[in-house]
Design a protein. Structure first.
Length: 245
């Protein structure tokens, strides 16, 4: 039996083009409510920064030297490692860290001093506001050490590029190992202004990763989407090739 090969109909192409503006971006839950992009992993070497409406909205990097009050120390990762599905930077690194992994969900890492002269190497996730507004930041994170026993922590900063100063948004959040922690914080941002999640640790010989189980940055006047029952946030960035049908 033969199968007739036919070109895609012009009417179908026109319909797809007409519906394109109504497609919800992978970084938007509803109007004014932004989240970790569900297709970030698929962007590969073109995903840092992740753009929305042709403007950066999320980027992954590090804070080095480890003085988060200085905006100039916030550095985006430049190297994409496809075999490990992570972003990385060779300079001032140690054992492949700090880094930002995207396989199976967003995870950023930190390493502390290993020998004399070393410094802590925090990593950072940065949200860049697409519009001027007051935002509510809500997150659930889990910190997990793979070596050492240092205290891990999360710090939130608002970056002011004009002055070069990063203002601490709230006191440091101490993270218990392998226990979920929730974050809720309101902040006012100008269009294009950055809000940073800085992950670090204390003590020697400590290596750890911070998994973002859930993260939304929403305009406080935006309608909130209904929560989906039985949703698995850990698969938000999973490779669709390994997603059960």
């Amino acid at each position: 039996m033969s199968v007739e090969q036919r070109p895609v109909g012009v009417a179908g192409d026109a319909l797809a083009a007409a519906l394109k503006p109504f497609e919800r971006p992978n970084v938007v839950l509803s109007e004014g409510v932004y989240t970790i992009p569900t297709d970030w992993l698929q962007k590969g070497p073109h995903g840092n920064p992740y753009t929305y409406r042709d403007q950066p909205i999320w980027w992954l990097g590090r804070v080095y030297p480890p003085e988060p009050e200085k905006v100039g120390n916030y550095r985006p990762y430049k190297v994409w490692v496809p075999a490990e599905t992570k972003w990385f930077e060779h300079e001032d690194s140690q054992g492949g860290n700090p880094a930002a992994g995207l396989g199976g969900g967003l995870r950023i890492t930190v390493v502390t001093e290993w020998k004399g002269g070393d410094r802590i190497k925090p990593s950072v996730l940065v949200f860049q506001a697409p519009e001027a507004a007051e935002y509510l930041v809500e997150a659930e994170v889990v910190s997990e050490r793979w070596c050492g026993g240092g205290q891990c922590w999360l710090e939130l900063f608002t970056l002011d590029r004009a002055s070069g100063v990063a203002a601490r948004a709230r006191p440091r959040i101490a993270l218990a190992d392998r226990q979920a922690a929730t974050v809720s914080h309101k902040t006012s941002l100008a269009a294009g202004q950055e809000f940073a999640f800085v992950y670090g640790a204390d003590g020697w010989h400590t290596g750890a990763g911070l998994k973002f189980n859930r993260l939304t940055v929403a305009r406080t006047d935006a309608p909130r989407p209904e929560k989906i029952r039985n949703a698995d946030p850990n698969r938000a960035n999973a490779d669709p090739a390994h997603t059960p049908k």
